[in-house]
Each structure stands twice: as structure tokens, then as C-alpha cells.
Design a protein around this ligand. Structure first.
Ligand SMILES: [Zn+2]
Length: 399
């Protein structure tokens, strides 16, 4: 791995761009912009939330990088777009005790690089940025519009990628590569995700009042609601690629101590959606259960849908999928051909809803993200860089 590539990765990991607890997402974006602009790559800096130090960047290898002859030749192809997020999840006090090395000091042990964000997903960002840099130094084959979207706030509400939608639009096939950790397996489908805040209401009363329980205890209303949630059958959502949809409560809040019957209970219901399901169905299911419960208790349950990320699948006929399969079928990557589904949600879910055709391919194992002693294998980061670089070359050659 070249020194500048490695140094850039180390620099990125040293910036604790945690979401939601830091004010350093900006700083990490600036680090990427500096690295790319050193190779003459242009970028557009987009401020997303000034107060929270959040921004994104859109970097482009553009026409100005072309050799004189190429610059004058017509290019048939639209943009090939890469995407990655700069924010990382925080390290809780309990988790910090489990780390064997300081999480924001990149530490190498043999070929593993340890640190928060090594796997999810600064390894992938370093690989894409370096592939772009290396592409600008080779003028033999070139096309314009190799774009790299570097986003903030992916780990929470995805405000970063949504802010970018005003500045980008898919061209040609909307070819998109998300550099999230997939252990260098090509993923051409992703489950969807949606989540909702559900609120039950009651009436405060003294905790000694047994009669007040029936009408007034918001926790008991929620318990009834959650029982119905647990009984929902998802068999009809089964497809043979992503399995069935499911849902579960991920947080719950109620009660004022001491000794008051609670008048409000809120619960976050999170759903993961199969390819034949969608966010509207999730909302309908919730509303229908809420109406049933309200009918029995004569109290309304409020449902606020907080986010919608539709499932997606990208066809094997898409040019970037064909090229990637072709590159990776060659030794030593012949094990990478399997059709795979990404289980988490990514910026790709948002971009797919606006005409992009994502695939996910990147260094690192998702199973070691968001946990103590997160690491990425440096050989995988380098291999990702080579594959991205080769994709850029073949994409440009085929235009
Ligand atoms: Zn990620």
C-alpha cells in the first residue's frame, strides 16, 4: 500500500467523527477534500447543518482532467458514482473498556488495522478516494464524471445524502457503488427499513388507585399494542432473496417516578423490509393495529413514521454489475460471484429511491462494525482500491 494511501486512512480514523456525539464530521469531510484536491480533483462542499458541524462533499473527475484529444471526443456515458459516509458510531463507556487499543488511534497488528470506523467505513472511503487519485494520473483512457459522494449522518437520519439530492441526478444507468463493508462480496440487493414512534395515552393518577389502571395506564395500553405487534404474520412478504420482513421495538419510554400512573408511553418500532414489501405497507400494518387497539380501549394511539428507506435490487444486466462481476471473476477473486443481500440500510436505499442503481462492495466485515476492537484487513482495503480503479478504467473504455 502506498504511503500516501495509508497515511490518509490513518488520518481519517484519527478524526473522531462520531454521530451523534461529535462536532467532527466536518473535519473528516475536509480531510477527504484535501486528499482529493492534492491530485487536482474538484469537489463541491455542501453544508448540511452548520450548528452540528455537518457537511458532505461531491468530488468529481471532470473533463478538465482529460488529455487534449480525449477532451474533444464525445463521451456517451454518464456518471459512475461512488458513495461512502464519514460518520462513525460512538464508543460507549462500557464499550471503551473492551477495546484493547485506543479506538481513535489507528493501530496495526500484522495486517489488521484497529480503530473505530476502520471497517464502517473509512477503509472503503480511503479505497475509493485513492482509486480516483490514481485514475487521474493515467490519461490513456478517460471519461468524465466519475463522482464520489461523501456523506455525513448516515448512521442516524441520513440527512447528508438527502441534502445531496438537490445537487445530483442519476445519469445513464445511475450506476452507483456503495463502499460499505461486505467482506469484498458484491451485494446487489438490500432490505428496506422504516421506523415509527408509537405513542399511547392515559391519565395520571395516584399509583394506589387500582381502578385507574384500566383507562389510565399508558404502559398497559402499550403492552396491549406490543402484543398485537408481536403476533403479526409476515409470511406473505417472503421472497427468496431477502427472506421475510419483520419488526421489533427498539426503545421504549414512559413513567414519572415516584408512584404516578403514567399518561404517556412512546415506543420505537423498527421494521426491516423484504424486496416485495415496502414502507407504505409498514405504515398500514401499524395503523391497522393501532386502530384495533384504540377501538377496544377508546384511546388513540399515535403513529409517526420517522423514516422510509425502500428495499432495492439491481439487475445483473446493469453495466457496472457486469463489469464488476467480470473483474472479480478473475483470480484471485473468483469466490466473489455469489448473489448477496446487504442486511443493513445504507445511503443506497435513499439514492435508489431517486433513480440510482446501487451495488454494495467494500472492505471489512459488517459483523465487526459497531463493536469493540473494530478492524479492517489492510489487504482488503488495497484490493478494494484496485477493483474500484479497474472499474473506473473499464467504465471509461466502454464509453
Ligand atoms: Zn456504514
Amino acid at each position: 500500500m502506498e504511503t500516501y494511501f495509508k497515511q490518509f486512512l490513518y488520518d481519517l480514523i484519527s478524526i473522531a467523527s462520531t454521530n451523534p456525539t461529535s462536532d467532527k464530521e466536518d473535519e473528516a469531510i475536509a480531510c477527504v477534500e484535501h486528499y482529493l484536491s492534492c491530485a487536482g480533483i474538484d469537489y463541491q462542499h455542501i453544508v448540511v447543518d452548520e450548528a452540528r458541524h455537518r457537511s458532505c462533499t461531491i468530488a468529481r473527475i471532470s473533463r478538465s482532467h482529460l488529455s487534449a484529444t480525449k477532451r474533444n471526443s464525445p463521451t456517451a456515458k454518464g456518471a459512475l458514482t461512488f458513495c461512502g459516509h464519514i460518520d462513525v458510531v460512538p464508543v460507549s463507556p462500557d464499550e471503551r473498556l473492551q477495546w484493547k487499543t485506543p479506538p481513535f488511534t489507528p493501530t496495526r497488528r500484522e495486517n489488521k488495522l484497529f480503530g473505530r470506523g476502520t471497517c464502517d467505513m473509512k477503509g472503503g472511503i480511503a479505497a475509493v478516494a485513492t482509486a480516483m487519485r490514481n485514475a487521474t494520473t493515467n490519461t490513456s483512457h478517460f471519461c468524465e464524471d466519475i463522482t464520489f459522494l461523501v456523506t455525513c449522518d448516515e448512521e442516524d437520519r441520513m440527512t447528508g445524502v438527502r441534502a445531496l439530492l438537490r445537487y445530483i441526478k442519476p445519469q445513464y444507468e445511475g450506476a452507483l457503488i456503495i463502499a460499505e463493508p461486505t467482506n469484498m462480496q458484491l451485494m446487489t440487493a438490500s432490505r428496506g427499513r422504516s421506523f415509527a414512534r408509537c405513542t399511547t395515552y392515559g391519565k395520571t393518577a395516584h399509583g394506589s388507585q387500582k381502578n385507574a389502571i384500566q383507562q389510565g395506564n399508558a404502559i398497559l395500553q402499550m403492552q396491549h399494542f406490543l402484543n398485537q405487534i408481536a403476533n403479526e404474520n409476515f409470511d406473505h412478504t417472503n421472497d427468496n432473496i431477502t427472506g421475510t420482513s419483520f419488526w421489533q421495538p427498539l426503545s421504549i419510554r414512559a413513567g414519572v417516578e415516584p408512584g404516578i400512573i403514567p399518561d404517556r408511553c412512546t415506543c420505537m418500532i423498527d421494521t426491516r423490509l423484504s424486496l416485495i414489501d415496502n414502507c407504505q405497507n409498514f405504515e398500514s400494518r401499524l395503523q391497522s393495529i393501532a386502530q384495533n387497539c384504540a377501538h377496544r380501549s377508546a384511546k388513540n394511539i399515535d403513529i409517526d413514521i420517522l423514516d422510509k428507506r425502500e428495499p432495492w435490487i439491481t439487475s445483473d444486466d446493469a453495466l457496472h454489475v457486469k463489469i464488476l462481476r467480470n473483474i472479480m471473476a478473475q483470480p484471485p477473486n473468483s469466490q466473489l460471484l455469489a448473489q448477496n443481500t446487504f442486511l443493513g440500510s445504507t445511503d443506497g436505499n435513499v439514492l435508489a429511491m431517486h433513480g440510482y442503481k446501487p451495488v454494495i462492495l467494500g472492505p471489512g466485515d459488517l459483523a465487526c462494525a459497531h463493536r469493540a476492537n473494530e478492524y479492517v484487513n489492510l489487504d482488503d482495503v488495497e484490493r478494494a482500491c484496485q477493483i474500484y480503479r479497474e472499474l473506473i478504467t473499464r467504465w471509461c473504455e466502454s464509453s
